[in-house]
Design a protein. Structure first.
Length: 166
């Protein structure tokens, strides 16, 4: 499989469509008040890096990493086109994001995903890469429709990051 993962400026119609599909998928699986995806303008913020994934000229998926400003990051907008799921594309994108987070010397990676059955494959993917359940972080609050996870990239005792709600 020849997969190309590259930074994306979110200006192509293909990416706009994929981000829209991602939003629709989240809203179809979770109550709107529990959906924390970033709209395309939110992904265009300087604190967010977005990657697109291509195979033979076709956009297959995307992922993003938000710099939380405290030496850690948050995984955002992980999405693989539905007809391509089960091929390991999400794993490839996650491993790319993990590599970038380590290159940035982040102390930890955080994420929020859904608690519903539709999100079981995502939670299993994150668990397989060492993510553990945790409490809400940043501006998130407890929500029965959300699952919060973190991965320490450096031992927490060696980090000066102050975390609350955990």
């Amino acid at each position: 499989m020849a997969i190309d993962i590259r930074p994306d400026d979110l200006t192509s119609p293909e990416m706009a469509e994929l981000i829209s599909i991602h939003a629709q998928t989240m809203l179809a699986s979770s109550p709107a008040e529990s959906c924390h995806f970033l709209p395309i303008d939110g992904l265009r913020q300087p604190s967010v890096t977005v990657w697109s994934m291509w195979e033979d000229g076709a956009l297959t998926g995307c992922g993003a990493l938000k710099d939380l400003g405290d030496g850690s990051g948050e995984i955002k907008s992980m999405h693989t086109r539905s007809h391509l799921r089960g091929r390991g594309l999400g794993r490839l994108m996650l491993e790319h994001i993990l590599s970038e987070a380590r290159a940035r010397a982040y102390s930890a990676l955080w994420l929020e995903t859904g608690s519903m059955d539709a999100f079981i494959p995502a939670r299993r993917l994150y668990e397989a890469h060492g993510f553990e359940l945790c409490g809400p972080f940043g501006d998130y609050s407890e929500d029965p429709n959300s699952v919060f996870m973190r991965l320490w990239l450096r031992h927490p005792a060696s980090s000066s990051v102050h975390l609350t709600g955990i």
